[in-house]
Design a protein around this ligand. Sequence first.
Ligand code: NAD
Ligand code: UDP
Length: 315
Amino acid sequence: MTKRILITGGAGFLGSHLCERLLGEGQDVLCLDNFFTGSKDNIAHLLGHPRFELIRHDITIPIYLEVDEIYNLACPASPVHYQFNPIKTIKTNVMGAINVLGIAKRTKARVLQASTSEVYGDPDVHPQQESYWGRVNPIGIRSCYDEGKRAAECLMMDYRRQNAVNTKIVRIFNTYGPRMAVNDGRVVSNFIIQALRGKNITVYGDGSHTRSFCYCDDLIDGLVRMMNSSDDFFGPVNIGNPGEFTILELARLVIDLTGSSSKIDFQPLPADDPAQRKPDITLAKNKLDWLPKIPLEQGLINTITYFQEILQKQS
Ligand code: NAD
Ligand code: UDP
């Protein structure tokens, strides 16, 4: 049976891939977005689709919709964007969660919260398992996002316990791919665009800090599997690629794959930047039968091809 599915943040990088995936499965998709970091270009090709609806709305404001499922993705994800208006970021996380949970309570919809590896902060446990409570600075420049996402997780669990809302939590680790915005500011898109433009590659710190990079198609598959999993599995569950790379390794790989003559420019490390991150994905493997399939090199090639086309159009 066709389900009516709300995707908040549906015009963003991940949201637009999710809209496509669910339309492809024959579902009705309601894409809600305020276009802060998302763009109409990401969903322009879906606008004429008979099962696709676009709602320009800010999720901090209540809205009445009749739906079967909600993927709550609305929130700027890049540090540059979530630190632009930090008060708005925490409002989006907290009031956005309350508003989607209100819809879910009234309509009995299932809600999936796009949480983040940032709930682990600068971790002293490696790799990170879901049972780890994290090491987050509650008053730092990343806390509008980290604490906002932690509060959203808390709300998911309290609505589950108090109001029997069917909630699910996915902790997303760094994900990249086509449709990241050119001005996104996250490391993969920054490095690719700098390399394609022949500009210096901006490595913050000495480049020894690590991240694990997941390709968007793998991530979307994990989100959908979690939404479709049995009621008694509600997470939180890590979704990410456990391959761990230093930022310097990433910079060198991007230079190699683009054939760029760019040089590496070491810049100061921003405050509270986590030193290492790698998901333990045993739970996702066991409960969702999920494993990432796209290796970093292949994902980067796809993303480089995308940005080459975008930059060509802009020139
Ligand atoms: P993105 O910035 O491309 O997408 C976020 C979308 O939310 C944008 O379309 C933006 O316009 C919209 N939005 C922001 N505030 C809103 C508001 N108040 N009302 C309505 N819409 C609003 O980022 P993304 O990478 O696609 O991330 C999507 C979700 O996944 C976010 O919740 C993010 O925190 C989470 N996540 C992403 C990653 C990643 O590496 N991509 C990692 C962890 C968590
Ligand atoms: N980073 C970098 N150069 C950039 C952008 C980011 O060296 O141009 C580093 C950043 O300091 C962090 C890592 O890359 O250690 C990942 O940053 P990103 O903003 O992509 O995501 P985060 O995981 O920090 O939220």
